[in-house]
Ligand binder design. Sequence first.
Ligand code: PLP
Length: 441
Amino acid sequence: MKVPLIKTSLPGPKASEFIRADAEFVSPSYTRIYPLVVEKARGLWVQDVDGNRFLDFTAGIAVNSTGHCHPEVVEAIREQAGDLIHMSGTDFYYRSQIVLAKKLAEIAHMTGGARVFFGNSGAEAVEASFKLARYHTRREQMIAFFGAFHGRTMGALSLSASKAYQKKYYHPFVPGVTHAPYPNCYHCPQGACYPTCGSACVRWIEDPLFRTSIPPEEVAAIFVEPIQGEGGYIVPPPEFHAELSKLAKKYGILLVADEIQSGMGRTGKMFAMEHFGVEPDVIALAKGIASGMPLGAMIANTELMDWHAGSHASTFGGNPISCRAALVTIDLLQKGLIENAEIRGRQLMAGLQEMQKGFECMGDVRGKGLMVGVELVKDRITKQSAPDLRDLMVQSAFHSGLLLLGCGESTIRFCPALTISAEEIDTGLSIFEETLRKLAG
Ligand SMILES: Cc1ncc(COP(=O)(O)O)c(C=O)c1O
């Protein structure tokens, strides 16, 4: 069985050299969590430039859905690079983009069919959704949620309301965006209790929002993450999305599901919205769609795709290599990885829930499939967040060879590749438990 192997101090000598150069030449806007300088990676395992080996529970921020450098993905990339690297789908046709669009339209199962727009990132998929919603409805207003993260370009950032520092000094934003409370039942924004709240978060949109300040007939779209990612891996109650969808339909508002983090099999279904039995009008995708190749996609119901030629495009969007990588990724997901995400997710969740019994600081353990969060708190009565402990945990786990990431105020997210094995889950759990014992035992 493979285990992490840390043979130098961290960062090691070569990593330290790169980090010094990075500090001189690379934009300081990136949030580097720990001093990991990656040389190569395979499956769940990452090797740094000094030869240290880490177990990766981040998958490059929920991107490497099929594991690092899956041989079938690598083969498809190699083959495609030998045939055609770029031709620009904005102006020319090529096979892989068309085949992938057909595949995405199929897996979206939208009533009446779907068509696909390609970009290079999550933010671009969200921008496309924003523009299509305005174009199709001729309405200006958008609703998104507190805690949401939709990306960093100006439209996507206008929809985001996750951390104020991400928006600092960038005002004014795109006008017409209003944020509503997201149903975080562990810290109910309405001070209510589930289920007696009766979907108070959805009701809030109708009253007071629509009653007092935004006429619903001026709202183009509601943007929602089926499970909030960056905001803290927050799973809404089972009926939330169905109620939201009902409200949207009542007023002719489009429902845009941002599945950029929750999609592509991560939660044990191809799209997380399937857990909630809701068919959105638009799905925004990126991250896990092409196993690490840059690709964003907006899947929209065919009847919405009424924009004219030239109204939106992106030179690199739907690049042939990314499209080939996505086709292999989807094939691997359908041939067992979605199922594995569900099974290994249950194992991970059960292990964390068992661990929770022994640690007061593990306030909430939540998630679906391999999108799992552990919210750390000072104690379970006050539920006061423990961001310092969370940050220490992430640092300390790194030094023990386990790569983790935070999200929300004091949550640790577990988003490993969907190829993860039972042994790898156990190894991650035992390092996590040891680290907790050291810091909070
Ligand atoms: C839910 C969600 N939407 C959008 C984005 C933005 O994606 P990108 O960084 O590829 O622009 C992210 C990235 O973390 C995300 O998690």
